[in-house]
Design a protein around this ligand. Structure first.
Ligand code: NOJ
Length: 553
């Protein structure tokens, strides 16, 4: 599987509320996106992915859709969207939309109808089930499943006797019933509507979890996966639905499907997804290998092992370090003080691994988390608040500890307004406008204007790695082989038709020795994040070489 255009170009993710404010209300919008297309073109971007822009009460910032066919007035109008399609087309940029169909918003007319009239056909668009009773006759939800966002996955229906509806996320996001053929028909209609408007494809939200195979109680699978997930992650029904969608509406229109595949999918599941379902997908294993349960830092030793497994078993991964749900990569994957060099090392890896590189807005300039996070009252993410509440109410944890866990799991850091320059509004909004979330003080340093003329800046390094991959068949199609080194180093080659690249990355903030025999390999320097070469690999040093290699038969 794999559409060529998608294989050939990195994808740049835009979180619309935080990208660029075109109408001066402190919130990003479509006019803002249009105003930054020259910026994106200048970076060499060919594909953008827009997080949801549909009508939504925004409880989960658009991942709760009220109307799939209209633009959220906060982001503009359908005319703005049409203009965006025209302007992107002029620049050879393709647009990927977010498709959120595990659930709708509780404001969606289907759900309202399902609630107000149990006899309506829309009742079966969702999952309504009777609760259970324990031995003392107390009411319990239909099963023990947990929401991915804490608490039970069931919400009691007001005014009905012992009736619940399923929500794998917040109670404002009722799950759709994918056993109902009508739901599939509705979703295919939505896909066609946007593809007919010129959209290139979809990033499919939690797509590995849409088809619930049974509603039995769950056993806990592994740390981090909510109870019940074995009944709905990567089920055969899920694969069948994706095959249908691909065949019915995506293939005839030449589009792409990018899956967000959470819930602890395995590389074997991933292989199936790539057969005739998805073009590429995101797994979470490389995001979740923290040093320990409390730490918000990744263990690079664990990361290396997991990454190699995914890279060697699965043909074309969606590679990413950042998105609107994750902390900035310099905070999460880079330890110690060499954060700029670390950011460049991660970019080198992202653009030389096999698979599609996904970049999150701001990553190109080395954006950071807030220095100390935001105070709880300024956090707008529902996850931050639910984790804080859980820690305080259920575990009686102290405030500071609860806040630490809320920040680790919460998503406010990564959703700060974008910084294009050093002006008061950072090129995100106009002077004097209060942004919807406060600017990050690091915006003063990490922004395009401050970096553009500095040959050593992160953004200029980003341009180089992006250019290196563009049109480079070895990096696009070459196979990947990992060399045996100690845990501190990641060393791999990409080879196609006897030509190749060798990449060596120091994953630590310490000096480390080159692998034994490395200097004897015949190779030609292509790119590095230090100006010169030393006897040791310096903290987070990244080097890319051209090699000639006979392909093994
Ligand atoms: C994954 C999205 O990336 C996240 O932002 C959202 O909260 C959940 N899915 C629920 O839609």
């Amino acid at each position: 599987m794999g559409d060529n255009f998608l294989r050939e170009h990195a994808v740049y993710q835009i979180y619309p509320i935080s990208f660029a404010d075109g109408n001066g209300d402190g919130k990003g919008d479509l006019k803002g996106v249009i105003s930054k297309l020259d910026y994106l073109e200048n970076l060499g971007i060919k594909i953008i992915w827009l997080s949801p822009i549909y009508v939504s009460p925004m409880f989960d910032f658009g991942y709760d859709i009220e109307d799939y066919y209209n633009i959220n007035p906060m982001f503009g109008t359908m005319e703005d969207f049409d203009l965006l399609m025209e302007e992107t087309k002029k620049r050879g940029i393709r647009v990927v939309m977010d498709l959120v169909v595990n659930h709708t918003s509780d404001h969606h007319k289907w759900f309202k109808e399902a609630l107000s009239n149990p006899e309506s056909p829309y009742r079966d668009y969702y999952v309504f089930k009777k609760g259970k009773k324990d031995e003392k006759g107390r009411e319990l939800p239909p099963n023990n499943w947990q929401s991915c966002f804490t608490g039970s996955a069931w919400e009691k229906v007001e005014g009905e006797d012992n009736m619940y509806y399923l929500h794998l996320f917040t109670k404002y996001q009722p799950d759709l019933n994918w056993h109902n053929e009508k739901v599939l028909e509705e979703v295919e209609k939505i896909i066609c509507f946007w593809m007919d408007k010129g959209v290139y494809g979809f990033r499919c939200d939690v797509i590995s979890e849409i088809y619930k195979e049974s509603y039995e109680d769950g056993k806990k699978r592994k740390l981090g996966d909510p109870v019940g997930s074995e009944h709905y992650v990567a089920t055969q029904g899920n694969h069948d639905i994706l095959k249908r969608i691909r065949k019915d509406v995506i293939e005839p229109r030449g589009g792409v499907l990018i899956g967000e595949c959470g819930g602890g999918i395995t590389p074997e599941d991933g292989i199936k997804y790539l057969q005739d379902e998805l073009d590429t997908f995101f797994q979470f294993d490389t995001q979740l290998c923290y040093k320990n349960g409390l730490s918000s830092k990744i263990s690079m030793k664990k990361f290396k092992k997991i990454l190699i497994e995914w890279q060697t078993k699965v043909d074309y991964n969606g590679n990413y370090f950042e998105n609107h749900d994750q902390h900035r990569s310099t905070n999460k994957y880079v330890h110690g003080k060499h954060t700029d060099i670390g950011a460049k090392m991660l970019l080198t890896m992202l653009f030389t691994l096999r698979g599609v590189p996904f970049i999150y807005m701001g990553q190109e300039v080395g954006a950071r988390d807030y220095p100390k996070g935001l105070p709880l009252e300024e956090c707008s993410d529902c996850v931050t608040h639910s984790v804080y509440k859980l820690a305080r109410d259920k575990f009686h944890a102290p405030k500071a500890f609860s806040m630490m866990m809320a920040r680790k799991n919460g998503r406010d850091d990564t959703r700060a307004p974008m910084a294009f320059d050093q002006s008061e509004g950072h090129g995100f909004s106009a002077l004097g406008v209060k942004p919807w979330q406060r600017y990050n003080p690091y915006s003063e340093t990490y922004n395009y204007e401050a970096e553009k003329d500095d040959p050593h800046s992160i953004v200029n390094y980003f341009k180089k790695v992006n250019q290196l991959r563009e049109g480079n068949q070895i990096l696009i199609d070459g196979k990947i082989d990992f060399l045996d080194t100690d845990d501190k180093i990641l060393n791999y080659v990409r080879v196609l038709n006897h030509e190749g690249y060798m990449v060596i990355l120091n994953l630590t903030d310490k000096k480390v020795k080159y692998p034994y025999g490395f200097e004897r390999i015949e190779k030609e320097h292509v790119l590095a994040n230090y100006d010169d070469e030393a006897k040791f690999l310096r903290p987070y040093e990244a080097r890319v070489y051209k090699i000639n290699k006979k392909e093994e038969k």
